[in-house]
Design a protein around this ligand. Structure first.
Ligand code: EPZ
Length: 428
């Protein structure tokens, strides 16, 4: 199993580009099977989760050609109606989007329940509630989700919580239902909007994505007159936020390109509350963020919320940064009940953190020391990289397969900014 070696204390200077959004990609790719024709998809992140979804789609009979490492041409003409139960399904969370897509396309689906990061129970009751509202019968046999519908009929669906996964999964089925569907208390994350825009590019009519009420007014089948659908994914909000935090944590001046400033405002505000400086600029071609920071931040308070609140996926990287913030910082994790698994690793480096249920109290210390660290999940891995960049001496970070799931070439991007990080490959 490969690991990273990081020698900390180096300031970061230079420019990097953000890749396409992972959590949009893993919804958009399964959605492509709803389109009878070819889909050209650009700004696709070259990450493990995308490669796994593509693997599953090829097993289903889709022909997928890489035009570049970040763009593909999908032809779903020969996609077969089959059970999605291959071992690769367990390795990620988003495999459940095949349930919504297959239900939409074939009126039934049989999908192995997802795996993904161990950050909480991660139920799918709202997905099931939405499928049933559309007229499907749902049962779980062992770790297999089975969904069956005579006919899908549009419905009024009010989610108990703004679940990203449920919002996207219900959209994938509802675009093939007869009649209008309204999803209330819908998730508003940028990747939800991106999936809705992709469905519209395929000929559906999905309105209101990005607000708490999404209306699907016309089913896909009546509209997909196009034979080639072209779509470019939005930049990854969480990758951009991770690099903004890394730049503030290591100190220096970093330019981050290929971003959407609106998606990053809450992160910029949090970073500026610690004394670092974030500007959003436009060179006439594209927006970019400029982060300038000295090393020692001021303490602050972070509360994770659904979008447009502070994203739960950046709670862990932000905590790593705040371990050196003067004074006491408080982090409240409102989304997941078990998203502090990175804390023992930070404590190995000298961090002072007290956990009480969903609240972390971080007492700033004057330095972190390099250590042997183990990533427990995707964003915990990113947090450990940030801590290692700030630490005195050498750190080794293992279990970096978690990081490979969601960050494209993160070590190369950091090295281009002056970080001393290298990947040590271990032949299994
Ligand atoms: C998506 O997960 C993301 N993953 C997660 O990112 C992200 O943390 C999360 O949204 C919140 O923003 C992907 O998009 C692949 P949810 P998802 O359904 O869809 C409760 C990363 O690091 N809930 O919005 O699983 C649930 O318990 C990953 O990229 C229900 O109660 O998130 C959780 O506390 C980690 N019933 C909360 O909602 C349901 O049916 C958020 O879940 C569904 C969810």
């Amino acid at each position: 199993m490969d690991y990273y070696v990081v020698n900390g204390g180096k300031r970061l200077n230079g420019t990097i580009r953000i890749s396409g959004a992972k959590n949009a990609a893993v919804g958009i790719l399964p959605a492509a099977i709803l389109f009878s024709g070819k889909c050209y998809i650009d700004n696709l992140p070259d990450i493990e989760d995308v490669r796994r979804v593509i693997e599953i789609m090829k097993e289903m009979g889709a022909s997928i050609e890489y035009i570049t490492s970040n763009s593909i041409l999908i032809d779903t003409t020969n996609v077969k109606d089959m059970d999605i139960v291959s071992p690769s399904v367990r390795k990620m969370r988003a495999s459940y989007y095949f349930a919504g897509a297959m239900l939409g396309k074939y009126s039934h689906a049989c999908v192995m329940l997802p795996g993904g990061c161990e950050i909480g129970e991660r139920p799918i009751d709202q997905h099931i509630y939405g499928f049933e509202a559309l007229g499907a019968k749902v049962k779980i046999e062992g770790n297999i989700l089975k969904v069956e519908a005579e006919k899908l009929t549009g419905a009024n669906i009010r989610l108990k919580c703004p679940s990203v996964g449920a919002t996207i999964n219900i959209m994938l089925a509802a675009v093939c239902a007869e009649g209008q569907t309204i999803i209330r208390n819908a998730a508003r994350e940028p990747h939800v909007v991106d999936v809705a825009n992709f469905l519209n590019a395929m000929g559906a009519r999905v309105k209101g994505a990005g607000t708490d009420t999404i209306r699907i007014t016309v089913p896909l089948s009546k509209h997909s007159s196009e034979k080639v659908c072209r779509y470019s994914l939005i930049p990854d909000q969480i990758e951009a936020g991770t690099f903004m935090i890394a730049a503030a944590a290591a100190g220096g001046e970093v330019i981050i390109r290929n971003i959407i400033p609106t998606h990053l405002k809450v992160i910029a505000d949090a970073i500026m509350n610690t004394g670092a400086y974030v500007e959003f600029l436009d060179d006439g071609n594209e927006f970019f963020a400029k982060i300038t920071a000295s090393m020692y931040p001021a303490s602050t308070m972070i509360t994770t919320e659904p979008y447009p609140g502070f994203p739960t996926d950046l709670q862990q990287p932000m905590m790593a940064y705040l371990t050196l913030a003067k004074g006491k910082s408080m982090i409240i994790e409102n989304i997941y009940e078990n998203r502090f698994n990175h804390v023992p690793q930070l404590e190995k480096m000298g961090a002072k953190i007290k956990i009480n249920d969903r609240i972390a109290l971080v007492e700033g210390t004057d330095k972190l020391k390099g250590a042997d660290l183990e990533a427990s999940d995707l964003r915990a891995g990113a947090a450990l990289i940030i801590a290692a960049l700030m630490a005195d001496g050498e750190s080794r970070i293992s279990n970096i397969h978690y990081i490979d799931r969601g960050y494209e070439k993160i070590d190369e991007k950091l090295r281009s900014l002056g970080a001393d990080i290298k990947r040590v490959e271990i032949k299994d």
